[in-house]
Design a protein around this ligand. Sequence first.
Ligand code: UD1
Ligand code: CA
Length: 459
Amino acid sequence: MVKRYAVILAAGQGTRMKSKLYKVLHPVCGKPMVQHVVDQVLQLGLEKVITVVGFGAEQVQSQIGDKSEFALQEKQLGTAHAVMQASPYLKDREGVTLVVCGDTPLITAETMKALLEHHLSTRAKATILTAIAENPTGYGRIIRNGDGHVEKIVEHKDATEKERMIKEINTGTYCFDNKALFEALTNVSNDNAQGEYYLTDVIEILKTKGEIVSAYQAPSFEETIGINDRLALSQAEKIMRRRINYSHMMNGVTIIDPEHTYISPEAEIGRDTVIYPGTVIEGKTIIGDDCIIGPHSEIKNCVIGSGTTIRHSVAHDSNIGHHVTIGPFAHIRPSSAIGDEVRIGNFVEIKKSTFGKGSKASHLSYIGDAEVGEDVNLGCGSITVNYDGKHKYLTKIEDGAFIGCNANLIAPVTIGKGAYVAAGSTITEDVPGNALSIARARQVNKENYVDRLNIKKNS
Ligand code: UD1
Ligand code: CA
């Protein structure tokens, strides 16, 4: 079998983004665009994947990790120069090389596979992935001769008025015979509008040598858009969002309004779960079957069981069980583990705490650094006082305990099994199991106090 390699171009700064963040690291649906490209390329099972890095090399490398090898392009002299940086890895190898830009995040493994197959089925030395663009501004144009064969690619900036009318564009993805590619690259000059070494010139060079150059048209232009500015970024985001939401709907998830539901490409969602508008599901979140999520909830890196409802709430980096009810307006902060059948009500904040099965904090509470057992009832306004300004301390509330409204539990402290804490108490010492603890000033009623006050005033 023919050996297959890939070169991913990701060294550019992305001047047109006008950003501190290097272009290929800008996220699309929460995942950096270059990572989208790498993930799709990796599905092809190639012999070698080399990513060319330059601007933000360290960040780009640490984003991609060890799934790719890296070539450094110190100066960004153009796309041909970028590919040349991979020559120490590839130059003398027999085989086929796929070249993809790190700023085309919507390209799919299927299309790249089809391009590779098309390339191998012809005797071409190069095959360009092209697309028909309604508005081709900014893209390189495919120039074909009278017989319809590809002659060359002309960059938008170098194109004549007539060439600019052409709607067939270069998507920036290509297949090359590896040896022919590296040979042709040595002949590329920078005599053009941008003073850059264009990879696209390789096409004309091969053609002049009498080699066969072929083109393969992508199923849709949408899939091939290149992100050069924030406008294109928002378009890519929209297309990716539709794609992700479509696949969840096909898998049995109800999305009430897919245009206003934002789901990360890494998320998994079970059947018959209903997602309401304004919901943002980020990172590696796994949601079970029959859940109701949203409206207006933000969930990041959480594992959520089945039959759980989360309305108008935020949950990050936490585990949430089955048949849990959260919200409206609750905040589950990282490292929390919420057991099955728990109820977390409005204006409750939970941080780094565990909740056993069936426990409830229904209104206006802060529970931080706490271990809450099963069937515990935390009354309205109950609070763990976990921080003394320097250190954080643990609060333990054992099974079946009942914490009255507006109680302060000053950590470190343990409330024993089945114990009661009276409303308004400030608990500073452990409460034994089954005890009732009252820690508040006794009420004093001063009879006729107001009358006495009035007599004094009038005398
Ligand atoms: C390029 C193509 C154009 C095509 C378009 C598709 C060239 C000359 N032009 O134009 O025909 O229609 O893509 O989206 O190839 N890069 C480097 N090093 C460099 C320059 C660029 O690594 O020195 C990387 C960039 O990070 C980017 C990719 O190559 O990921 C494409 O570069 P960009 O400047 O965006 O090229 P376009 O002008 O979009
Ligand atoms: Ca581009």
